[in-house]
Design a protein around this ligand. Structure first.
Ligand SMILES: Nc1ncnc2c1ncn2[C@@H]1O[C@H](COP(=O)(O)OP(=O)(O)OP(=O)(O)O)[C@@H](O)[C@H]1O
Length: 251
């Protein structure tokens, strides 16, 4: 799986929101896109998800132009957006109904991904009985159950308290390692981007452009203690400077 964007432009009513975006995401990668509010992060992800057309440039998944949504791209939003009258298991299985799979395979995937996100015991619960973190786990399991080529996440932990957010960040990272998924996540949280990404792409605003693409010099197994290491703190400061539009002196 390779996602390639070349010179992508997005305008709303003649107003240029994104300009000349180039991006390549390969199989098994974990890429985080950060930028200030209004830099066009959500717009970029919506275009990759096929929910918004591009104004210019090209966007291809394995050489095929992206022209609409597809099951090979799994999407998770900040709100989780679960179906309130479906159980946890039914929510996880929802997207599978659209795939040509035998019933037994659907059931196997629902059970497997529920266990992967640690929610097997809540399979028959309704979303309103879950905590915010548990709801996001269901949303992630629902997206993963379709075994997408790429998982697209838009601020998935933005609405969670600090502790739950940290737990969920490490959880997502573990799921990524366990399943070999390809992940593209947008966030305004620089610390989150550096903690999780193998690469961090920084967008500047008005119009949104790629200011830098930075490799993250941290081990593949991430833990919270890494936030205090010099490599982490250096990269975080570099990204923050880039977002503020300061020329960084760090390499
Ligand atoms: N449907 C739309 N119609 C018109 N303008 C839009 C639309 N969607 C987004 N925009 C504009 O595009 C710009 C980028 O918005 P977007 O939501 O992509 O930014 P963002 O970086 O995700 O911001 P945030 O971090 O605050 O969510 C903003 O100026 C926004 O007003």
């Amino acid at each position: 799986m390779t996602l390639v964007l070349r010179d992508v432009v997005k305008e709303y009513a003649g107003h240029r929101v994104l300009n000349g975006i180039g991006l390549e995401v390969g199989r098994g990668d974990f890429v985080c896109i950060v930028g200030a509010s209004g830099s066009g992060k959500s717009t970029l992800l919506s275009m990759i998800a096929g929910l918004e057309p591009v104004t210019g440039g090209t966007m291809e998944l394995d050489g095929v132009p992206v022209s609409g949504p597809g099951p090979e791209r799994g999407l998770v939003f900040q709100s989780g957006a679960l179906f309130p009258f479906l159980t946890v298991a039914e929510n996880v299985g929802f997207g599978l109904r659209l795939l040509p799979l035998p019933a037994a395979e659907r059931e196997r995937r629902v059970q497997w991904y529920l266990s992967e996100v640690g929610l097997s015991t809540l399979a028959h619960a309704l979303p309103r009985h879950l905590s915010g973190g548990q709801r996001q786990r269901v949303a992630i399991a629902r997206a993963l159950a379709c075994e997408p080529s790429i998982l697209l996440l838009d601020e998935p932990f933005g609405a969670l308290d600090v502790q739950t957010k940290e737990d969920m960040q490490l959880f997502l990272h573990q799921v990524w390692r366990d399943t070999g998924a390809t992940v593209l996540m947008v966030t305004h949280d620089v610390e989150e981007a550096v903690l999780l990404g193998r690469r961090v792409i920084v967008l500047t605003s008005d119009p949104g452009r790629v200011a830098a693409e930075l490799p993250v010099p941290l081990p593949d197994r991430r833990e919270i203690g890494l936030k205090r290491t010099p490599d982490f703190l250096d990269l975080r400061a570099t990204v923050e400077d880039l977002i503020r539009g300061r020329v960084s002196t760090r390499d």
